[in-house]
Design a protein. Structure first.
Length: 117
């Protein structure tokens, strides 16, 4: 069982930066891949970035590639999402999720990111 808690969201001006954190409980966290997802009002949830359990493999959606960086510290049981050059269209509630096999089974409660123009 893995429990996830996101933090680090807030209000930022366009062009600014935020770093989101996803703190996990559970001794097997390093065996779980983790993804960041986001959902804006009236829109479907979309994947933002993922990272493998070891941290050696990452994926980014085209919309954030080159601006966001996902990383993890398995000693601290934490995954980070560094978000730079933020745009108003990045405004959404951001969720982290973890999976041991195929599906993302464990989800946090989310943290709100609002980017003003």
């Amino acid at each position: 069982q893995v429990q996830l808690v996101e933090s680090g969201g807030g209000l930022v001006q366009a062009g600014g930066s935020l770093r989101l954190s996803c703190a996990a409980s559970g001794r097997t966290f390093s065996s779980h891949a983790v993804g960041w997802f986001r959902q804006a009002p009236g829109k479907e949830r979309e994947i933002v970035a993922t990272i493998s359990g070891s941290g050696g493999s990452t994926f980014y959606s085209d919309s954030v590639k080159g601006r966001f960086t996902i990383s993890r510290d398995n000693v601290k049981n934490t995954v980070y999402l560094q978000m730079n050059s933020l745009k108003p269209e990045d405004t959404a509630r951001y969720y982290c999720a973890a999976r041991a096999t195929t599906n993302f089974s464990y989800w946090g409660q989310g943290t709100q990111v609002t980017v003003s123009s």
